[in-house]
Design a protein around this ligand. Sequence first.
Ligand SMILES: C[S@@+](CC[C@H](N)C(=O)[O-])C[C@H]1O[C@@H](n2cnc3c(N)ncnc32)[C@H](O)[C@@H]1O
Length: 218
Amino acid sequence: MAAPQNHDVSKEKVLGVTRPGIKPDEVLDFYKKWSKEYDKDLDGEEYGGPRKVAQTLAALLGNRRDARVLDVAAGTGLCGQELSSLGFSNLDALDASQDMLDVAKTKNVYKNFLKEFLGPNRLNIEDDTYDGITACGLFCDGHVGPDCLDQLIRVVKPGGFICIGLRETLLHTSENCKTLEPRMEALQSDGLWQRVSREVFPGYCVGFDGVVYVHKVL
Ligand SMILES: C[S@@+](CC[C@H](N)C(=O)[O-])C[C@H]1O[C@@H](n2cnc3c(N)ncnc32)[C@H](O)[C@@H]1O
């Protein structure tokens, strides 16, 4: 368990970079300064989210260890490291922060690195490219909102899975997250994907519970 002092520092950074009203430019500046310390601050004890998201997707992909997976908002590569430790090697990383991607490169678990901004804009990726997506820690203030979901669905093959993890409280407090579930439901009503599971779990990040969703692309 991290020392209480370290826990307080980690929590302050997590709450700082996701504070209500923070702007996307401020978020990227924050990660620029934090990138080298991120893994030290958010070790497995403090941040169980990436492991949970990776394990959840891995269970669905089963024996298909050659499945092509895109880790969106990959950051320093924590989801990719977990997937790699589970035997997956066909992994790409996407993030808006070059500094975070530079750290992710040092992990030697991803094949391709895509510096892309997640939003309503079209991603520079062909339709139906991936068997699965991991998405951990991106839905929060100043980061990513539900307007990116259409693009995530577009780049996943029919039958593929999108696994999303976030801090559960943000569903009620963050402007970017309050509309997440309604948008997920609308996409299901439109026949674009189907909910497979929704699980609330402890130990997501700095003491907060998480929620992990899986949807199957139709
Ligand atoms: C909390 S970190 C999560 C990183 C990694 N998934 C993890 O769980 O450790 C959030 C990441 O989202 C990225 N990010 C924030 N806004 C973004 C956007 N609009 N498009 C793409 N990436 C974004 C940041 O650069 C950062 O690397």
